[in-house]
Design a protein around this ligand. Structure first.
Ligand code: 6PG
Length: 241
């Protein structure tokens, strides 16, 4: 049975602070126990404040032992306004002492299948010999349509059970997205969804309390094999719970 919990905070700022605090706590415990910490960041706008808080708390973590990955990426160059890497660069990476070699970017521009394969090779090299990647922490967001990472409703990547990374065609966006697959995410030691805003309330309630329908609500596929699943949400997103 997955160890999961829902924490409801007054507002988005408190969600971000709780997420940053947990990142620091997990980073320090991972570095103490195995001399490294591997975390995957989510995209979109919700993580921005978490990143800014982490950049301000750079003294609290030995960033030389931190490795940052991405849960997904858009098929755009890093300098494009939609780039998740670009957002992380602006809000965290450029402000923290993280060594460049410790940032594991998903290349967005170019051939999606080649970029997915390249990222998977990088993951397999980092998690040398493992059957699955075991991130210490994965941050995930939630779309109002129930997607997470780039696992969108009724897309092929939802069924992927062997690859670690997919180039996922998203018809409604008329584009490919690059994403960690469900099994790759579910091997994490800790997964934290960050969900804020009333526009997410319906999806959040459907995912947590409605019937199981993962083709329609892909976030329902996120269920750690042995890790911990936490939902950090604000009152606006929780209003239908
Ligand atoms: C992405 C994300 C995606 C995001 C949700 C929520 O690349 O867009 O990985 O899954 O987390 O769409 O996005 P917001 O935080 O902008 O609401």
């Amino acid at each position: 049975m997955t160890d999961s919990s829902v924490s409801i905070f007054d507002d988005a700022e408190q969600v971000a602070q709780a997420a940053a605090d947990r990142f620091v706590e997990l980073a320090n415990s991972s570095i103490t126990s195995k001399n490294r910490f591997a975390a995957a960041l989510s995209g979109g706008s919700t993580p921005k404040q978490v990143h800014r808080l982490l950049a301000q708390s750079s003294r609290l973590v030995d960033w030389s032992k931190v490795h940052l990955f991405f849960g997904d990426e858009r098929t755009v160059p890093a300098d494009h306004p939609d780039s998740n890497f670009g957002m992380a660069q602006e809000t965290l990476l450029s402000e923290s002492p993280l060594p460049a070699d410790n940032v594991h970017q998903i290349k967005g521009d170019g051939d999606p299948a080649l970029n997915a394969a390249a990222y998977e090779r990088e993951l397999r090299a980092f998690f040398a010999g493992a059957e699955w990647p075991q991130f210490d922490l994965i941050f995930l967001g939630l779309g109002a349509d129930g997607h997470t990472a780039s696992l969108f409703p009724h897309t092929e990547a939802l069924a992927e059970r062997n690859d670690w990374v997919s180039a996922n065609w998203v018809e409604k966006l008329r584009t490919y997205r690059l994403t960690l697959t469900v099994p790759a995410i579910n091997q994490a030691r800790e997964i934290i969804f960050l969900v804020t805003g009333k526009e997410k309330a319906e999806a959040l309630a459907a995912i947590l309390q409605g019937p199981r329908n993962p083709q329609l609500l892909p976030a329902q596929l996120i269920s750690p094999a042995s890790g911990r699943l936490s939902w950090f949400v604000d009152k606006a997103a929780a209003e239908k719970l």
